[in-house]
Ligand binder design. Structure first.
Ligand SMILES: [Zn+2]
Length: 607
């Protein structure tokens, strides 16, 4: 079974690293018995349910009623659950090598994989690591660029920078904002190097070669095999990315002249996003002629005066139309749908399962826009997933791998097609296929442009955690990967006095990133499989699985497995195959791919 694959791999890696503290194979404590393992897991289940509920409640009020006190309660509840998991993870090593039923073995293994960062046994080192991790996070959170040195007034935070990157068409202004934002991270570099050392110490105490190997071990396969798997997926979509890259370069050259070379990499500051990870904002500069879709869902929602509740009801109806149970009454009573007038809230859309069972909610400040209508479908995907696996042991109440949760919401959002809008009575007639290129170009600038970025963040971190890149070379290695995968280059020389990875939230926040790459691949694979189950015969980008019970059955079969089985089995339940496959992206964008070929005739591609 693949469940044990990664364990062997983790042990092998640990042995190579001569970690005396690890117990592999028969070397576990002789006193541990299967009965003790069972008792231990029961205790874990009860404790995590209790602490999980406390964390859910504290987190909810902290985000929907922001005060210093709710923030403190939230921090305390989070700290408690992290400490409990860390303690359990270390205790679980007692049962390494012990014969126990498969689902118990999986829970024991998952415990050791559920933390992103493991603090070392040594209390002084543990405290130092926790302090550095919090410090990195808050350095990013407080990050501001002050264009007038020494003047607090007029300083720009990430929201301001994001707006400039999205809206400005002045090369000079964009370069200044880009360079400005990247001044927040050099102070993180020394701390990050120490963070790497200490978190690796913790990971080794759990039996992993380093923190990166620990992250890769989450995927039910040997860490090296997983790396190869990612390369294979990237190779499938790379040709499409290269065409999109070449076409965008062509159009940006028309706009910006010499600032965008006709061959070579794209300048990182001219793609509408501070990290060049989503190019949607340059759509007006690259829009295909006469490809306007001819209607605006935002206008329709406004004209019909659809309120937030009605929009969420429409989203729920999508899921019930494929056969899933309606949401519980508490969802409607306890969710936050509109921005309250009397208090501060975190409006960023999110889906919650407060008690890890049926108390599911969304938190959104809904506006009558196309974007929010799609986001509702996405967020509800998380809620329906959470509810589908609510009866499993608490360690299995998660998606099959961390890419699956995001992928489900996005899969359903792909079904929000013009045809779907016609079926639910929001649109009279779907635009004809002559408009498809515009629709697909918009999607590609978001989804295809993201792929290499989604991949490279952890490629960099894995090298760093493994010690293959020394602190003095952090920035050099970062730009080597950005050039290799994304084909982008910085607007000016970036020496090692900079720490450009630190200007991306997920690095100082220490959030693994490969999940977003996987989600970007999987959502198209899921969409293709569900569309086939629904008997859809139109081009893939026009398929919606609305009202298909067959698609709903496939979906639910996978959702209800949670994390209880290795992800290839969950994938098989939905798609009929155990292999991730990026070819669905090529199917989806096939008309755009052909169109790009025409536009690029006689032009240079690649960099
Ligand atoms: Zn999401």
């Amino acid at each position: 079974m693949t469940t044990t694959l990664w364990r062997h791999a983790a042990c092998a890696a640990a042995l190579i690293a001569s970690m005396a503290a690890v117990s592999c194979g028969g070397a576990s404590t002789p006193r541990a018995t299967p009965e003790e393992a069972k008792r231990f897991l029961d205790d874990v289940d009860q404790t995590l349910k209790r602490l999980g509920l406390a964390q859910g409640q504290a987190g909810w009020v902290a985000q929907t009623y922001i005060t210093v006190d709710t923030e403190a309660l939230d921090a305390r509840a989070t700290q408690q659950i992290i400490e409990a998991v860390a303690r359990f993870a270390k205790e679980a090593t007692r049962f390494d090598g012990l014969e126990v039923p498969t689902d118990q073995r999986r829970q024991l293994d998952l415990l050791k994989l559920s933390l992103v960062m493991v603090t070392p046994e040594d209390p002084a080192e543990a405290e130092e690591l926790t302090k550095i991790a919090t410090g990195l996070r808050s350095t990013y959170g407080r990050g501001k660029w002050c264009p007038e040195a020494g003047e607090a007034e007029g300083c720009l935070n990430i929201d301001d920078i994001t707006r400039i990157m999205a809206e400005s068409r002045s090369e000079r202004e964009l370069r200044r904002a880009w360079e400005g934002w990247h001044t927040i991270s050099p102070p993180m570099r020394g701390d990050y190097a120490r963070f790497v050392e200490l978190s690796n110490t913790g990971a080794r105490e759990l039996g992993f070669a380093d923190t990166g190997a620990m992250w890769r071990a989450k995927y039910d396969m040997a860490p090296d095999a997983f790396t190869k798997e990612l390369d294979r997926l990237w190779d499938q979509v790379r040709p499409l990315y290269i065409k999109l890259h070449a076409y965008v370069r062509l159009k940006l050259h028309e706009k910006y002249g010499a600032a965008v070379p006709e061959t070579g990499p794209l300048p990182a500051h001219l793609l509408g996003n501070i990290w060049a990870q989503d190019w949607s904002n340059v759509y007006p500069l690259v829009a295909p002629a006469s490809a306007d879709v001819g209607f605006s869902l935002t206008d329709i929602l406004k004209r019909r005066k659809m309120d937030a509740m009605q929009m969420v009801r429409a989203g729920e109806r999508f899921y019930t139309s494929v056969g899933l149970e309606p949401l519980p009454a508490t969802f409607w009573e306890r969710s936050l749908f509109v921005r309250p007038r009397d208090r501060e809230v975190v409006c960023h859309a999110s889906a919650w399962s407060i008690d890890l069972e049926s108390d599911v909610r969304i938190k959104m400040c809904i506006q009558p826009t196309e974007e929010d209508f799609t986001t509702i479908h996405h967020e509800l995907g998380h809620n329906f997933y959470q509810r589908a696996y609510q009866a499993l042991p608490v360690l299995f109440r998660d998606s099959a791998n961390d890419g699956f949760h995001e992928a489900i919401g996005d899969t359903i959002a792909l079904s929000v097609t013009p045809e779907y809008l016609v079926r639910i009575g929001l649109l009279d007639k779907a635009p004809d296929t002559s408009r498809d290129i515009g629709l697909l170009m918009g999607r590609a600038l978001e989804k295809v442009a993201f792929l290499p970025f989604g991949l490279l963040i952890d490629q960099w971190r894995w090298q760093v955690f493994a010690g293959d890149v020394a602190p003095a070379d952090y920035n050099k290695a970062w730009w080597a990967l950005r050039l290799k995968y994304q084909g982008v280059a910085p607007p000016s020389a970036r020496g090692d006095e900079f720490f450009d990875p630190g200007a991306k939230y997920h690095v100082p926040d220490n959030t693994p990133y490969t999940r977003y790459f996987l989600a970007a691949i999987l959502q198209f694979q899921f969409h293709r499989a569900l569309s086939q189950a629904a008997g859809c015969t139109t081009p893939l980008h026009r398929c919606s699985v609305y009202e298909s019970r067959d698609a709903g059955q496939r979906l639910n079969a996978m959702l209800s497995m949670g994390l209880s089985r290795p992800w290839p089995e969950a994938l098989e339940a939905l798609t009929g195959t155990r292999e991730m496959d990026a070819s669905a992206i090529l199917d989806y964008f096939a008309p755009l791919d052909r169109w790009l070929d025409e536009q690029l005739q006689g032009k240079t591609t690649g960099w």
